[in-house]
Design a protein around this ligand. Structure first.
Ligand SMILES: Nc1ncnc2c1ncn2[C@@H]1O[C@H](COP(=O)(O)OP(=O)(O)OP(=O)(O)O)[C@@H](O)[C@H]1O
Ligand SMILES: [Mg+2]
Length: 113
């Protein structure tokens, strides 16, 4: 299993959600976050304080999926969330040791479907 953690533009989330539903990805966690990427070096004057780092609102989507589905999900995120401009976001892939459905005690693959 792997966890896909993707940080995207908030306005892209509804389309991504729909696409994920179409390929039967139902379990996910969504958070409103703030962040910056490589443009943080851009310095600005802000209320008299120089060089404030700007944090932009983003949405973080986390989903634990079977390893064999990773490439497909990355492809869906890229095609749904790209505007070809800076700030489109990132996709991180993390190893997952185990997953347990609390209600039933099912673990591993059974717990994430
Ligand atoms: N290395 C990182 N670690 C953790 N979060 C990151 C990292 N890089 C980007 N992010 C998160 O992703 C969001 C979007 O990043 P962004 O798309 O601006 O990345 P970038 O590297 O600046 O690429 P681009 O040049 O296309 O803008 C950031 O606001 C931040 O929340
Ligand atoms: Mg950026």
């Amino acid at each position: 299993m792997k966890k896909i953690e993707t940080i995207i533009r908030p306005e892209q989330f509804p389309r991504l959600r729909k696409k994920l539903e179409e390929v039967d990805i139902n379990g996910l966690t969504v958070s409103e976050v703030a962040g910056c990427g490589q443009q943080r070096g851009k310095q600005a004057l802000f209320r008299g304080t120089a060089y404030e780092i700007k944090l932009l609102p983003k949405v973080k989507v986390e989903m634990v999926i079977e390893s064999e589905n990773v490439d497909e999900i990355i492809q869906i995120i890229e095609s749904t969330c790209s505007t070809n401009t800076v700030g489109d976001g990132k996709i991180f892939v993390l190893p997952i040791e185990n997953a347990i459905r609390i209600r039933t005690g099912e673990s591993g693959k059974e717990a994430i479907v």
